[in-house]
Structures are given as structure tokens and as C-alpha cells.
Design a protein around this ligand. Structure first.
Ligand SMILES: [Zn+2]
Ligand SMILES: [Zn+2]
Length: 283
């Protein structure tokens, strides 16, 4: 049984209204041993989305989470993480790297996820992005951006939700029926292979993000073919995260993910403390 959820959000993230303590209580009720809270820090989030900024006050964050860690000692291991939004656009990249480096050096995070949420100054979650990009262009731009950020940002431990853009691809219909959102792995295999090799050779890994199941996708992020390729290339570091923004989604799909990982031959998943990995058995 997977007993550690390594990707969760609380009200420190602008897209969650759940208190850290509510998440902690739910983790205990679910029988988890470890909860890593990883709120959003998306420096330089495009101004057109103001007042949304997706940054929090790290001092307040540490103060509250450290006190919860003490209060729940013996019942739940609380790890303090962050999900950094990585930007690759040439005009913001250097500044974004600077902010991320400074944060990582200034606070004792246990775990840092590096995620790509913005492409060409636009959040592809919104239909606006797709007015000027085809699905194939979007996926290509997304993976290229991740490759570049994997090379340029070195402060994160795992690459977040590697193919999550598939969730937001334009909805197509056939004979009046919605066609499930998908993309062709073979078209991006070479590019994805470069990302995975770069992560592996630098001692970093990927996460299995089970929020994909919630979106009705037939796979987690990243999809099974990517996990197979990761294994072939020698990848071993795999954290498991629900990306829950509310208590009811915590540890969602973990049994399904565990079965899938075991069927691919993975024997361990990864947890981090003080940014140092440890491995726990699967199955
Ligand atoms: Zn994310
Ligand atoms: Zn997240």
C-alpha cells in the first residue's frame, strides 16, 4: 500500500480553499504515514490573470506547517514541500530561475516539484491558448519547455505531472460523441526520452500524478508508455501524488497506480526528507 501522498495543496495555493489542518486530519483518517504539502509557487505568473498570482508567503507557510508537524508527531509525518512553476520563455526565464533558486536556498523544504503551468505567457488551462494552437503544437511546445527547464532549473527533485497538458486539449467530437482527450506518444517519444535522460543523469526523477484519473483519463501522469521508457532508461525515482486541492481527493487512485506500477516492474516508490530520497516497497 502506498502510504505517502507527495503532491497536495492547501489554501496557501490560490486554487485551494482547504486548510492545512483539514488535509492533515484527512491523511490520518486515510491511514497515510506521510503527507507532503506542496503548495503552488508560480513566480512571475502572467499579469493578465491578476489578482491571481500563485505565490504564498513562505514564512507564514513554514510557521504553520512546522507547528502542525509538532502537533501530529507520532501520528503522521508531515513533510514541507513546494510545487514550483518553471518558466522557459526567454524574457522571464532568468528572473524565474533566480526566484526559484533563492527560495530553495532560503527555506528548508523537504521536497520540491518542478512543474510547467504556463506556455508562451498563457495558462493552457484556459481555452484562450487553444484559439491559436493545435493540440499537436501545444504538446510539442509543452515538452520542449519541460526539456529546457530540466536543463536550466536544478533545484527541484521531481518533474511534476509530465504530460498533464493532455487534460486541457481542445475537446473533439465524433458523431456527436466526445472523443477522449489523448495524444500520440510516438510523436514525442524522442523529446520525452531526452527529458527523462536529463532527469536520471542529474539524480532527479518524476512523479506519478493520479489526478489524471479524476479527469477521466485512462492513465496517470505520465502515461504508461512514458513510465515504461523511464524504466528502460534506468529511472528509479518515482514519487506518488494525488495533486489533491481538497480533502476528498487525497490519495485518490493510489491502489490503481500501485497495481499499474507493479505490472511495469517497479518495486519501489520514493519519499523525500530534507531533499534526500528514501525508497519504500510497492505491492
Ligand atoms: Zn501542477
Ligand atoms: Zn499541484
Amino acid at each position: 500500500m502506498i502510504t505517502a501522498d507527495y503532491h497536495t495543496h492547501t489554501a496557501y495555493s490560490e486554487d485551494s480553499e482547504t486548510s492545512p489542518e483539514a488535509m492533515v486530519k484527512r491523511a490520518v483518517a486515510l491511514g497515510l504515514k506521510t503527507l507532503c504539502i506542496t503548495d503552488h509557487m508560480d513566480y512571475l505568473f502572467p499579469e493578465k490573470y491578476a489578482p491571481e498570482t500563485f505565490v504564498f508567503d513562505p514564512r507564514a507557510y513554514f510557521k504553520q506547517l512546522l507547528s502542525l508537524r509538532e502537533a501530529y508527531r507520532g501520528r503522521l509525518e508531515i513533510r514541507i514541500g513546494v510545487e514550483l512553476g518553471l518558466r522557459s520563455e526567454p524574457d522571464v526565464r532568468t528572473a524565474c530561475i533566480g526566484h526559484c533558486k533563492k527560495l530553495a536556498a532560503s527555506y528548508p523544504f523537504d521536497f520540491i516539484i518542478g512543474s510547467t503551468h504556463v506556455l508562451e505567457h498563457t495558462d493552457p488551462y484556459y481555452p484562450e491558448y487553444w484559439e491559436s494552437h493545435s493540440a499537436a503544437e501545444g504538446m510539442q511546445t509543452y515538452f520542449e519547455s519541460i526539456l529546457e527547464s530540466t536543463e536550466n532549473y536544478n533545484m527541484f527533485q521531481v518533474c511534476g505531472h509530465l504530460d498533464y497538458l493532455v487534460r486541457y486539449l481542445p475537446q473533439e467530437t465524433k458523431n456527436g460523441e466526445k472523443v477522449p482527450r489523448d495524444y500520440c506518444f510516438a510523436d514525442y517519444k524522442e523529446l520525452i526520452g531526452k527529458i527523462l535522460k536529463k532527469l536520471i543523469e542529474s539524480g532527479r526523477g518524476i512523479e506519478v500524478n493520479t489526478a489524471a484519473y479524476k479527469y477521466g483519463l485512462p492513465f496517470a501522469h505520465p502515461r504508461t508508455e512514458i513510465l515504461k521508457l523511464y524504466k528502460q532508461l534506468g529511472g528509479e525515482i518515482l514519487t506518488i501524488g494525488s495533486d489533491a486541492h481538497a480533502t476528498e481527493h487525497m490519495a485518490h487512485g493510489f491502489a490503481r497506480a500501485e497495481e499499474m506500477l507493479c505490472s511495469l516492474g517497479f518495486r519501489y516508490y520514493t519519499v523525500y526528507r530534507e531533499r534526500t530520497p528514501a525508497f519504500l516497497p510497492l505491492g
